[in-house]
Design a protein around this ligand. Structure first.
Ligand SMILES: [Zn+2]
Length: 51
């Protein structure tokens, strides 16, 4: 039971980490991970947004 709770905690922590997303400031495209440029419009203005 303790093991299960520990595993749940790990998943929760990972979820928290994943609760960041990246959004292009120019076109609003949401990226699943950080990139130097927007794949849609090529802008380098990628904002990091904590959810
Ligand atoms: Zn863009």
């Amino acid at each position: 039971m303790k093991t299960l709770l520990t595993r749940a905690k790990h998943l929760y922590d990972r979820y928290q980490y994943d609760a960041l997303h990246y959004e292009c400031r120019r076109c609003g495209y949401t990226l699943a991970q950080t990139r130097p440029t927007c794949p849609t419009c090529g802008s380098t203005e990628i904002a990091t947004i904590p959810l």
